[in-house]
Design a protein around this ligand. Sequence first.
Ligand code: NDP
Ligand SMILES: O=C(O)C1=N[C@H](C(=O)O)C[C@H](O)C1
Length: 242
Amino acid sequence: MPRIGIIGSAGRMGNALQAAITAAGHDYVGGIDKDGDVRALAAQAEVLVDFSAPTALEFNLDAAIHAGIPIVVGTTGLGERHHWLIDAAAVSIPVLQTGNTSLGVTLLAHLVREAAARLGEDWDIEIVETHHRMKVDAPSGTALLLGEAAAGGRGVHLAEEAVRGRDGITGVRKPGTIGFASLRGGSVAGDHTVHFLADNERLSLSHLAENRAIFAKGAVRAAEWLLGKEPGRYTMPQVLGL
Ligand SMILES: NC(=O)C1=CN([C@@H]2O[C@H](COP(=O)(O)OP(=O)(O)OC[C@H]3O[C@@H](n4cnc5c(N)ncnc54)[C@H](OP(=O)(O)O)[C@@H]3O)[C@@H](O)[C@H]2O)C=CC1
Ligand SMILES: O=C(O)C1=N[C@H](C(=O)O)C[C@H](O)C1
């Protein structure tokens, strides 16, 4: 019965996680929010699950390292420095970071990589995501994860090909780019579609989240899986055996 601590416990994902931990028969040792003591939480837990804010990441990784326990990072809106911090932490402890912990999106990323590898550069790639009105970051972590999968399939770097939003006289579409568009409104838990568009035909691959239980279930599976692992940076396909 793993002892799991949640960072961001009072939030939307924090609540879904508490339900998933209880449903899995694990021990929820407690959670913290903005002004909480993450080192004290880490001292009680066997594994931490972080769905909070990018500004908290450095402290959360530090607490996990100090306690010598694994951490699942589900927080999105991360930048280059955050990924560098995660790589550095993974030298000492097991870390799993992902923009989406669901089984469906993990498989979707695999399918997107395959499609991008098999379809030529005359197939334009555009990624559209829709989320609830309270979401604070764009593009979503999932959209970026899918963009990485598409870029990986093509053998290019997303940072060099991404077009993150368009406005005004944009000029014609540059071949090989990967476009992102974000919609915000209502209570949408998270919809993602990767469009492949060629002359005279289109292929679209979609995932629609109906609620947060799918993310919470995946995060709990990741937390269970990380226990006893060697230090390193792990991925959802490894957890789910995909
Ligand atoms: N990887 C995945 O599968 C998924 C990722 N997410 C991501 O998870 C994150 C949280 O989403 P959601 O639950 O909807 O957001 P919420 O705003 O509902 O919850 C965030 C929680 O984190 C807390 N928090 C904020 N700053 C800190 C801090 N410095 N230290 C500790 N806790 C803090 C907030 O507390 P307070 O109210 O005190 O500010 C709040 O309780 C987002 O980045 C989101 O994109 C969401 C769903 C799935
Ligand atoms: O903020 C959310 O709600 C979600 N965030 C993640 C993201 O940024 O992709 C995952 C999911 O889509 C819900």
